[in-house]
Design a protein around this ligand. Structure first.
Ligand code: MG
Length: 230
């Protein structure tokens, strides 16, 4: 019997991809105004940013350095010299859309409400900088819809590290075989939970993993069916 659901935030409860696309769009519009070709920038950014984010989750980079270097390193690679103030402007434009402009998926609130009615406890476990993730959670009004919220940079460890999952289990004092992780990331949410001895359901809203053989759902209503009807 499941007593605790550990739920990812980005692209699980909220449509972060869409917010990110709008953030990138805002930055691209700014580039056009100052005569920079956006496609060249994003090509290098998409290559560099995931590595910087990984370094951030592994505590090799501070939040401030992560946010600066995702622009600085790209411009450096493109042999462009830009003032620090422009990097702040770009980051501001991007974060305004991604953190304040993000929306919940329509199935998120009904799902969390159902879990509450069923007496299942819920926790959000999300990787990212505390201020950004928490302002997103406030904008989405999720604080009162789950029992607890864990942000990697606050607890000092990130998914897929087993210690991140252990931290959540310990704070609820539940056995790992009564917990279930729900998330869209195969490496962070599903493999991370598996390596911690916790079962999981991959939330694959866009069928990005057609060959995945474990438990998988296309939305949160299906997730609920899997949880309670097997
Ligand atoms: Mg996610």
């Amino acid at each position: 019997m499941i007593s605790l659901l550990i739920i990812d935030l980005d692209d699980t409860l909220c449509d972060y991809s869409q917010a990110m696309a709008r953030g990138k769009n805002a930055v691209s519009e700014y580039f056009k105004e100052i005569g920079v070709e956006p496609s060249a920038f994003w090509r290098v950014y998409n290559e560099i940013e995931p590595m910087l984010f990984r370094d951030f989750t592994l505590k090799r980079l501070s939040t401030a350095d992560y946010r600066t270097r995702r622009y600085e390193d790209v411009f450096q690679r493109l042999n462009m010299i830009v003032p620090a103030s422009m990097i702040q402007t770009l980051n501001g434009l991007y974060m305004k859309e991604t953190n304040d402009g993000v929306r919940l998926f329509p199935d998120a609130v009904p799902f969390l409400r159902n879990m509450k009615h069923l007496g299942i406890r819920t926790a959000i476990l999300t990787n990212g900088p505390s201020d950004g993730q928490r302002s997103k959670i406030r904008a989405l009004e999720l604080q009162n819809k789950v029992d607890r919220i864990f942000v990697s940079s606050d607890i000092g460890v990130a998914k897929p590290e087993p210690k991140a999952f252990e931290y959540v289990l310990k704070s609820f004092a539940v056995r790992r075989d009564t917990a279930c992780m729900i998330g869209d990331s195969l490496p962070d949410d599903v493999v991370g939970a598996h390596n911690s001895g916790i079962k999981s359901i991959l939330l694959d809203r866009e069928n990005k993993h057609p060959d995945f053989e474990g438990l998988k759902a296309s939305d949160l209503a299906t997730t609920q069916n899997i949880l309670f009807n097997g």
